[in-house]
Unconditional design. Structure first.
Length: 287
């Protein structure tokens, strides 16, 4: 894979994480599903046009690099909307809000309404959530002494696990609590079969891994650890996420009168925004 393709894939990954981070509460909202179901074609068309104009404005003044041509801005905006369509379709399929037994109009309506917010999140994620190379270069120039560098590295490693844990809990609570009290979590859990739930677990782990190691996300290290260490850290983060989700559901009274399988299903469903918070959220709120 060439360096250009690798950079593009990382930007896509960062954009998808940003799109989900900013739009997930709406993806989990019943009223948005119904809006997509009942919206007339002209309303959906106005959503697409309005979102495209917003993307043009954002990419012109904040998203694209200086010197980008208008044609490049237009094409990038089209790419972001296209990616948003794909992400929204797959996510709605994952949480069982659309299926292939529905009419094309219903599927298209739900995907289009959800995609408009996802597209803006993708644009912001691609442009604003990348690593700060300038800051890293500055820090590298300041750390000329090997002794100082080693001392800082030892200090960082000694406090790494408690720091990761506390920030993962804070990030998970921050994102998951936006949807934890809602009826939608119960609705999605009740309508999900074992395959849906296994896919949700896989997606949650994938989100964590991509955010922390494969998307050049803001405040991540440029040096990837060994595969074994990465798997351990992803597992720990997801375990923290599941515990946080259980406690949130317990706090909001969602685990008291339901059977074991439905409780587990709710935890897995809530685990997607929880994992997003434990990885991307903690990076954004961490120092």
């Amino acid at each position: 894979m060439t360096e250009s393709n690798s950079k593009t894939l990382k930007e896509y990954g960062r954009g998808i994480i940003g799109g989900l981070l900013f739009s997930l509460p709406l993806i989990y909202t019943m009223e948005v599903w119904w809006t997509g179901f009942i919206a007339p074609p002209e309303y959906l068309l106005s959503c697409i046009v309005g979102s495209y104009l917003l993307l043009l404005g954002y990419n012109r003044y904040a998203g694209m690099k200086e010197g980008s041509s208008f044609a490049e801005i237009c094409w990038d905006s089209v790419e972001e909307i296209g990616l948003a369509f794909i992400v929204s379709f797959l996510f709605l399929l994952l949480i069982n809000r659309i299926d292939f037994g529905m009419s094309l109009n219903e599927i298209a309506g739900k995907v289009i309404v959800e995609s408009m917010i996802v597209a803006i999140g993708i644009s912001v994620g691609t442009a604003q959530l990348g690593g700060n190379n300038g800051e890293e270069e500055k820090n590298g120039k300041e750390e000329k002494s090997p002794a100082v560098s080693k001392k800082r590295e030892d200090k960082k490693n000694s406090s790494s696990f408690p720091k990761r844990t506390i920030l993962a809990v804070c990030g998970s609570v921050l994102v998951a609590s936006a949807v934890a009290p809602t009826e939608e979590i119960l609705m999605i859990a009740a309508s999900s079969n074992n395959i849906h739930l296994l896919l949700m677990v896989f997606i949650s782990l994938l989100i964590t891994g991509v955010t922390l190691y494969y998307s050049d996300f803001k405040k991540t290290s440029k040096t990837k650890p060994a595969t074994r260490v990465m798997l351990q850290q992803i597992t720990v983060d997801y375990s923290i996420t599941l515990l946080v989700c259980f406690l949130l559901l317990w706090f909001f009274g969602r685990v008291r009168d339901y059977n074991y399988s439905l409780i587990v299903a709710q935890i897995v469903v809530l685990g997607i925004p929880g994992a997003l918070g434990a990885s991307a959220g903690r990076l954004l709120i961490g120092k």
